[in-house]
Design a protein around this ligand. Structure first.
Ligand SMILES: *[C@@H]1O[C@H](CO)[C@@H](O)[C@H](O)[C@H]1NC(C)=O
Ligand SMILES: *[C@@H]1O[C@H](CO)[C@@H](O)[C@H](O)[C@H]1NC(C)=O
Length: 348
């Protein structure tokens, strides 16, 4: 109950910030979204989102899958870092880490906006939606001489849906607060990570694999690629502050020596905490005690940095692995199970 209380307080104080992640987790955990009534019951959505939900119920299940995709990808990308994108059973999902305008928040917003665009586009291509299908603007013969054919991913639809559904939270707050500007920028950067990595996939047609006729379509990159791109942007994110530029407010680099960020870069307003220690008053601040670390690595996954100088414990643990694998004609692989002892290090 203590945790719930803390969480509620944080949500009240920083409602504008933590609602986003809260509704994400809510969405990812509901069974499925089938009718307009479900839209009313989804906790954490703002009124405008409930309206969109009702208007586009059939799209909402893709949004739900997108939310789960974002959480999974965040946890994969941060598995070796002090903050491992831990979600809490209680809200807000990613903890206070994300309610502040940190680099981590920038990542979470970008990956979430991207995941909604990605999942909705996937749903369009798979034919499960009435509102959208493949991108029919991609047709004819390309300058390279191949035929556009097959189902090109309708990324424009997915991006537009993400812009209306995800960004409406920031827009409804008015776009003047620096946090709203930061979130909107990072949402857009996340979607750009898909848009700028669209690929052309082709199939050859002709006798015995010759490529007399080649048909191609536009496809999104795998979501792992999108995660990798956004993680790189996280590593190179720009610290910004709000300034008046002409008559509008804009985010500009805090350090004028740095080159200005582009639409594809992530921006943040506050430096991150060190994430070393557990803080029961701060949801999501779990600390690194008990985390596995790598004794030989000098990077953030190494015991020195991961354990924040507190030292580590070493245990021998038995792992079961596949070994002496043999290929049998035809066609299977048979392996033996080998047991071996390995050292496992965990932070004190
Ligand atoms: C993240 O780290 C915490 C300990 O700090 C651990 O309890 C949790 O299982 C980890 N989560 C993931 C997704 O690895
Ligand atoms: C530990 O770090 C070293 C050096 O970076 C690397 O070569 C090794 O694969 C890592 N071990 C594990 C278990 O990740």
């Amino acid at each position: 109950t203590h945790l719930v209380c803390v969480c509620v307080c944080v949500c009240v104080c920083l409602r504008s910030c933590c609602h986003f992640v809260r509704y994400l987790a809510k969405l990812s955990s509901v069974g499925s979204i089938r009718d307009e009534e479900t839209c009313e019951r989804l906790r954490g959505l703002i009124q405008r989102q409930v309206q969109i939900c009702k208007r586009s119920v059939e799209v909402m299940d893709a949004v739900r899958r997108g939310a789960q995709l974002a959480i999974d990808e965040c946890q994969f990308q941060f598995r070796n870092r002090r903050w491992n994108c831990s979600t809490l059973e209680t809200m807000p999902v990613f903890g206070k880490v994300v309610t502040q305008g940190t680099r981590e928040a920038a990542f979470v917003y970008a990956i979430s906006a991207a995941s909604v665009a990605f999942a909705v586009t996937r749903a369009c291509s798979s034919g499960e939606l009435e509102k959208c299908g493949c991108d029919h603007n991609v047709h004819g013969v390309s300058p390279e001489g191949f035929q556009w054919s097959g189902c090109s991913d309708n990324i424009a639809y997915g991006v537009a849906f993400s812009q209306s559904f995800v960004d409406v939270r920031e827009r409804s707050k008015g776009q003047s607060s620096s946090r709203a500007l930061m979130n909107l920028h990072n949402n857009e950067a996340g979607r750009k990570a898909i848009l700028s990595h669209m690929r052309v996939e082709c199939k050859c047609h002709g006798v015995s694999g010759s490529c007399e006729v080649k048909t191609c379509w536009k496809a999104m990159p795998p979501f792992r690629k999108v995660g990798n791109v956004i993680k790189e942007k996280f590593d190179g994110a720009t610290e910004v502050e709000q300034r008046k530029v002409g008559t509008t407010k804009a985010l500009v680099p805090r350090n004028s020596q740095f080159k200005p960020h582009t639409d594809e870069d992530l921006v943040y307003l506050e430096p991150s905490p060190d994430f070393c220690d557990h803080d029961p008053r701060t949801p999501g601040m779990l600390g690194t005690m008990g985390r596995q670390c790598n004794r030989t690595s000098k990077a953030i996954d190494g015991c020195e940095l991961m354990c924040c100088g507190r030292g580590f414990q070493t245990q021998e643990v038995e792992v079961v692995d596949r070994c002496s694998c043999k290929f049998h004609w035809c066609c299977y692989v048979k392996c033996r199970q080998c047991r071996k002892m390995v050292e496992m290090h965990t932070c004190r």
